[in-house]
Design a protein around this ligand. Sequence first.
Ligand SMILES: NC(=O)c1ccc[n+]([C@@H]2O[C@H](COP(=O)([O-])OP(=O)(O)OC[C@H]3O[C@@H](n4cnc5c(N)ncnc54)[C@H](O)[C@@H]3O)[C@@H](O)[C@H]2O)c1
Ligand SMILES: [Zn+2]
Ligand SMILES: [Zn+2]
Length: 383
Amino acid sequence: MRAVVYRGPNDVEVTDVPDATVQDPTDVLVKITTTNICGSDLHMYEGRTSVEEGKVLGHENMGVVVEVGPAVSRVKVGDRVSVPFNIACGTCRNCLHGWTSFCLRTNPIEGMVGAAYGYANMGPYDGGQAEYLRVPFGDVNLLTLPEGTEHENDFTMLSDIFPTGWHGTELAGVVPGDDVAVFGAGPVGLMAAHSALIKGAARVFVVDQQADRLRLAESIGAIGVDFSAGDPVEQIMDATRGRGTDRGVEAVGYQAHDPSGEEHPELVLDNLVSVVRATGGIGVVGVYMPQDPGARTEAAQQGRIGFDYGTFFTKGQSMGTGQAPVMRYNRQLRDLIVAGRATPGFIVSHELPLDDAAEGYARFDRREDGWTKVLLRPEALAS
Ligand SMILES: NC(=O)c1ccc[n+]([C@@H]2O[C@H](COP(=O)([O-])OP(=O)(O)OC[C@H]3O[C@@H](n4cnc5c(N)ncnc54)[C@H](O)[C@@H]3O)[C@@H](O)[C@H]2O)c1
Ligand SMILES: [Zn+2]
Ligand SMILES: [Zn+2]
């Protein structure tokens, strides 16, 4: 089958690899209809992870079931499904408590909890930027979707970034009437803004310096804040008459940078501690790593990020972090899409054949104007 394979920094190749197959009795084989490139893939693409050469990438997958193992009883051949990026066993302590992103059984790497498809340190699983994907524990993991091809570009956000954006607002504790500051207007930040508005936030400020992404944020009713035009904290303080926001969402991650492009991994955390009011909540879904050999300082190389903890403590804020447990939210978010109340597909900028993945990676990585979210299609959608 054709698949996107990691070759090295700034180098992915679409090539032939052995077909994905059913290996365990609980496996399900999915024929991919849409698979997305994620900002998380760019950390690997830029050589800022320990991903091994030859890995098939892709953790944002959806498609149609073509084969089920003998122990699968719920999911059926022909089902249209969304595949959560977390691979969960469904039976360990964390899974049973809804924390499928911290599954204790699916990641065999020493000291790691939580597994995913096609990702550095997240277990031996191939990704779905390919024609077919093997899904372990298929009955546990797969979300079934209404059949057909309707809402394909909305439903494809259910595997990761819509639940991740929603999770950012949950960790922050967003309730109706809140003012919310979202840092990062990439796909995850835009999903967090969409989520906060669906939950009834009064005002949602979205900080970035990319004009095209800020425009998208404004198109759904958020307020764009351009950090290249001045300190974003001051801009939001002015707009809230010095009060700050009730909640904040971090949707940037450890490669946060200043307007010149220089990386400062503590920058957005500091901004959030400053802009969120005392006792407010901060949800961090942007990724931070325990090791980052490419970081500028020795401390950051060891994952030690020197943010303004003293002020954080003094203000009595709370902070939640980590990978999103997609299954906690994906059913409800699917139903918001079906009901017409959520339209996460608004961020889709490019729909490319799988064979054009290398170009998609390169242009999305350069954050070229208008390259917000790239979908890959192994074959054209049947109408
Ligand atoms: N926790 C999870 O489960 C989960 C899931 C998916 C993605 N992620 C992570 O979320 C983060 C965002 O993902 P994405 O797909 O939106 O990526 P992205 O790289 O497209 O978006 C990041 C955005 O942040 C902006 N930015 C950079 N520095 C900034 C600053 N100082 N202030 C404000 N904005 C700044 C960039 O201009 C960019 O638009 C990544 O770290 C990704 O790995 C986490
Ligand atoms: Zn993703
Ligand atoms: Zn588990």
